[in-house]
Ligand binder design. Structure first.
Ligand code: NAD
Length: 300
């Protein structure tokens, strides 16, 4: 039976490292990483996500601020608010909780966020950067999957990786990150004919479709690593993934549970990105002040 990849355990290790980085930054630069989350309107699911993010930040010593905006806020007002946060030297990460009310152009909003503060990695620059290996921040869910595989010492290079789901936030960036690591990648989606033909090839199978029990044991190669990104609620309100866990675990070499797999990793990567943002901004500020003092010395 498969080894269970416990996302909570791995996340705990990474959060401990992240706390140390927060302490170092306070000691070396007097900076406390600060994440601002913008929530527009009253979507109850979004409220829960935002609260989880705030709680996770507090655990590692990241300051977080929730900016709640009225559901009727105009596109222009929202953009002005983001521009204000871009300019604020005390803000290191900016996250706009999606979805937004329909009168907003989500891509335009995401493109307003400074690429240096784009801790969700959804700005066009960071999305495009995945293609050429120049991204500043990687999107949290695929980044979390990558860190999980690395933590479990599962090699990627030269492996067959099949990704089920091709969304902008999970499947597509996951494929690019896997290509950057020289995996052989197949990407499947709702229009794929004969899904099993691709999944059976996978040394690493990553499933992010949002369809409960989409992946049965007969679709999985013996010894595969199976990463279940899916989060579905059954009629009783219980969470389940996209993989038939009990069946597949008899065939896989390792598998992530739902809940307690990829979910905790996603939030953790947001913390990692926020601390990285603060470190980069602090290093940049130091460099500028050194340049300024050089200049003063030259002039005197
Ligand atoms: P999405 O709806 O934007 O995209 C789903 C993708 O799966 C699409 O490409 C679609 O074509 C494909 N798909 C749908 N049905 C399919 C089928 N029968 N066969 C093959 N492909 C199919 O969803 P998303 O935002 O990428 O999220 C996917 C799932 O992952 C959801 O359950 C979501 O809740 C979950 N999720 C979890 C985390 C986490 O932190 N664990 C983060 C993001 C999303």
């Amino acid at each position: 039976s498969a080894r269970i990849l416990d996302g909570r355990d791995i996340a705990r290790d990474i959060r401990a490292e992240t706390s140390l980085r927060v302490a170092d930054l306070a000691a070396s630069a007097g900076v406390v990483p600060h994440l601002v989350v913008i929530l527009v309107g009253e979507n109850p699911a979004s409220r829960v996500y935002v609260e989880n993010k705030a709680r996770a930040c507090a655990q590692v010593g990241i300051k977080s601020t929730l900016v709640r905006l009225d559901v009727g806020i105009s596109a222009q007002e929202l953009i002005c608010e983001i521009e204000r946060l871009n300019r604020s030297p005390d803000v290191h990460g900016i996250l706009v909780q999606l979805p937004l009310p329909p009168h907003h152009d989500i891509q335009a909003v995401l493109r307003t966020i400074s690429i240096h503060k784009d801790v969700d990695g959804f700005h066009l620059y960071n999305v495009g950067g995945l293609v050429v290996g120049k991204t500043i921040f990687s999107p949290c869910t695929p980044y979390g999957v990558m860190r999980m595989l690395d933590h479990a010492a599962i090699p990627v290079e030269g492996r067959n990786v099949t990704i089920v789901g091709a969304s902008n936030i999970v499947g597509k960036p996951m494929a690019l990150m896997m290509m950057a690591r020289e995996a052989t990648v197949s990407v499947c989606h709702a229009k794929t004919r004969d899904l099993a033909q691709y999944t059976i090839l996978a040394d690493i199978l990553i499933v992010a479709a949002g369809v409960p029990k989409l992946i049965g044991a007969q679709m999985v190669r013996t010894g595969a690593a199976v990463i279940d990104v899916g989060i579905n609620r059954d009629p009783q309100g219980k969470l389940q993934g996209d993989v038939d866990f009990d069946a597949v675990r008899t065939k896989a070499s390792c598998i992530t549970p739902v809940p307690g797999g990829v979910g905790p990793m996603t939030v953790t990567m947001l913390l990692v990105n926020t601390v990285s943002a603060a470190e980069r901004i602090a290093a940049n500020a130091t460099m500028h002040s050194l340049r300024r003092s050089d200049l003063k010395a030259d002039l005197s």
